[in-house]
Design a binder for this molecule. Structure first.
Ligand code: GLC
Length: 258
């Protein structure tokens, strides 16, 4: 039964998932900090770059994680030692030429580059409103024709990330599990948009989708048995963590939040 293995790693998106409602964020923090020493590894996996994510979680009062996965699965950062796992980032370089990606993407009519703070060596990010599946497929073809092994990730009907082929949140999670010798079915993930689907689709992983999850995510994870919460953002995450036995299930409180 997928629900029964003790959870060894909890990997969650930030915006729209663990962030969004300050009162629930504080509840998450208290409950997380009250868990005993054997608590799962805590990983924040976000489209933001690491410095931006650190600032954001400090403002929100979230607990410091064991790792950050930043830039949509392109960087893994270990805050306790203040180190970036270079070996991981370097593994992404194969057939990735960022300048060529830029040239191809910027020729799309109406597309706009995201601010410099969102860009780095392995992440090319754009605003592209209401792109269709056909538009995205065309871009994939154009990149492939240019000999680039790039991956197109589209979220929230607006955010386009073009990343190296091996870079996504799911692969970064696999990397961490391997490094820590954690079986994939001992991982729980949470997320609300398209860039989170790769985490849910890692075989064996248990997923939590809060009530505000975007249709693009729900379509991508249809039929895999992820927990769909009734609460939004952090409230939904807390429900899911109770479902999977990470958080206690207090007899005097309901599991849902309207
Ligand atoms: C975050 C990042 C942005 C990215 C989006 C979707 O908002 O800041 O660069 O495009 O996530 O992955």
């Amino acid at each position: 039964m997928p629900d029964t293995k003790p959870v060894a790693i909890f990997c969650t998106d930030l915006d729209g998932t663990l962030l969004g409602r300050p009162e629930d964020t504080a509840r998450f923090r208290q409950t997380w900090e009250a868990l005993d020493e054997a608590k799962p590894l805590l990983v924040y996996s976000t489209g933001r770059l690491v410095n931006d994510a650190i600032e954001k979680i400090e403002q929100a009062g979230l607990p410091t994680p064991d790792y950050y996965i930043g830039g949509v699965g392109t960087i893994i950062y270990h805050p306790a030692s203040e180190t970036t796992l270079e070996e991981f980032s370097c593994s992404l370089s194969e057939d990735w030429v960022r300048a060529d990606v830029q040239r191809i993407v910027q020729s799309i009519p109406g597309i706009e580059e995201q601010p410099a703070i969102q860009q780095h060596q392995w992440k090319s990010s754009w605003f592209w409103y209401d792109a269709s599946e056909e538009d995205l497929d065309q871009l994939r073809k154009d990149l492939a024709t240019a000999g680039l092994k790039a991956q197109v990730v589209y979220s929230s009907k607006r955010d386009l990330d073009v990343l190296p082929q091996a870079a996504n949140k799911g692969n970064a999670l696999r990397w961490l599990c391997k490094t820590h010798d954690i079986e994939l079915d001992r991982a729980v993930v949470a997320g609300d948009t398209g860039n989170d689907s790769s985490m849910f689709l890692v075989p064996g992983v248990r997923g939590i989708a809060p009530a505000n999850a975007e249709p693009e995510l729900l379509e991508a994870i249809e039929g895999i048995g992820a927990f769909t919460a009734s609460g939004e953002c952090t409230a939904g995450v807390i429900e899911g963590l109770r479902q999977y036995g990470v958080f206690p299930n207090p007899a005097d409180s309901t599991t849902g939040q309207d």
